[in-house]
Design a protein around this ligand. Sequence first.
Ligand code: B12
Ligand code: SF4
Length: 449
Amino acid sequence: MSKKILLINPWIHDFAAYDFWIKPLGLLYLGGLLRQNGHKVHFIDCLDPYHPAMPPEGHKQPKRHSYGNGKFFRQIISTPDALKMYSRNYCRYGISPEVFRKELKNKQDTDIVLITSMMTYWYPGVFEVIKILKDVLPQVPIVLGGKYATLCHDHAVKFSGADFIIAGAGEKLILQLFHKIFDEKPLFIPDENNLDSYPYPAFDLINKIDQLPLITSRGCPYHCSYCASHIFNDKFRRRDPVKVADEIEYWQKISGVKNFSFYDDALLVNPEEMIIPLLHGLKKRNLSCKFHCPNGLHLREINEELSELLYISGFKTIRFGFETSDLKRQLQTGGKVINEELLNGVRHLKKAGYKTDEIGIYLLCGLPGQKAREVIDSIEFVQECGAKPVLAEYSPIPGTKMWTEAVASSSFDIQGEPLYHNNSLLPCRNDDFSYTVYEKLKMELKNRN
Ligand code: B12
Ligand code: SF4
């Protein structure tokens, strides 16, 4: 029998948060699948920057940009005890709890709630949602999944208050859970080896679509020691580029959306398998799109042809994962890129028309044992190549190869308290690469731009 399902994208609690094309893609994929199985799906997005009941009187609307990124609503809240040593404001990003409660009160006939979770250190926003749910809809079972629920599974089981906690890709597991709780045999089970058998995400549930996330693959062929990609997907699987183009065309036709963000771990790898046919396909369909890649792209694949194709196809925000110019560390951490590839890549991108400021190069800083000199050299190398360095503070992740080293090097209890995974704390900083050095570098980069 058809069930009423409520999907919830929880608040972010943090010192800072910016909507860098953030959408709960995994949760909305599950929404699409459950709908295909005959259920009714509703959605509350605690991060909705356009919620009609917001902002409360006297407060401002968050500033948004035409590409679909921008600020969230924000309220200062009390800092958790573990972070009290910081004097910075700690905030709840998203709609107010009053507005959330009101929405819940209108959903008394809900049979089950599904909550997603993103960064491990954002769990307090998830817990607040669960606490309110237990108050307003006390009889309704709560299922928690997503990044935090997977990477800090034991912590979530112990402290979240959710009734069911699911680790990893949710498609198969949520159908199994429905069978267990409601004795519901699935009407439709997608083929995990064929990503195109997954129904489209339930994007129509988004209040106002200003951009949509896309994913053309799951997983990554590399295994970098600081990255959790393999924990979510042990194999690299891709969609058919024609089916991806169909999906882009579909969403553009029904919602008019022009801005899309790619969430892939390895969008450009083997370009002839995906990005080249995809972009040629879109060109034939005469679609006018703008693409944004806030998650790092691979530099190895960037040649003259691909650079031109990205430029003329409307890739407006391009960021690349370079991480460090130190060859030894490049090889030790997974070998996804070497210096020569950055140099050549930037040359091709510039020739295609991109300007220095448009080519963002992520540099990981605050890695266990990393010296300030390595970060400074990396910044200088990126600048010499003619691109823009973007510092990405290392967030230690349980289950990754680097985790043991991170635990040993951090002065924070990162094993016991996920709040200390927060990249903005620089959890694995040391006396040489200290917070002061980091702030100085960050300021210098800001002043240059
Ligand atoms: C896209 C992305 C981003 C986007 C935003 C995405 C978003 N939705 O918010 C951007 C670029 C902004 C971003 C930023 C950062 N990110 Co990021 N990001 C990702 C990425 C590549 C993909 C996430 C995704 O949507 N995947 C696609 C969907 C389909 O998968 P999914 O969300 O996992 O959903 C599935 C399951 O989890 C599950 N599921 C999900 N919800 C639910 C709910 C229920 C009820 C159930 C049953 C199941 C379930 O089923 C889904 C379908 O299979 C992941 C890496 C990865 N491979 O997952 C890193 C990742 C999440 N990011 C990470 C990091 C480190 C960062 C940064 C800190 C990087 C930095 N140093 O600057 C910043 C932090 C941002 C900030 N502080 O504001 C880490 C996590 C760190 C942590 N401690 O939690 C990850 C894991 C990458 C890594 N290094 O290993 N990121
Ligand atoms: S290439 Fe990127 S996504 Fe793949 S394992 Fe390395 S850091 Fe993770």
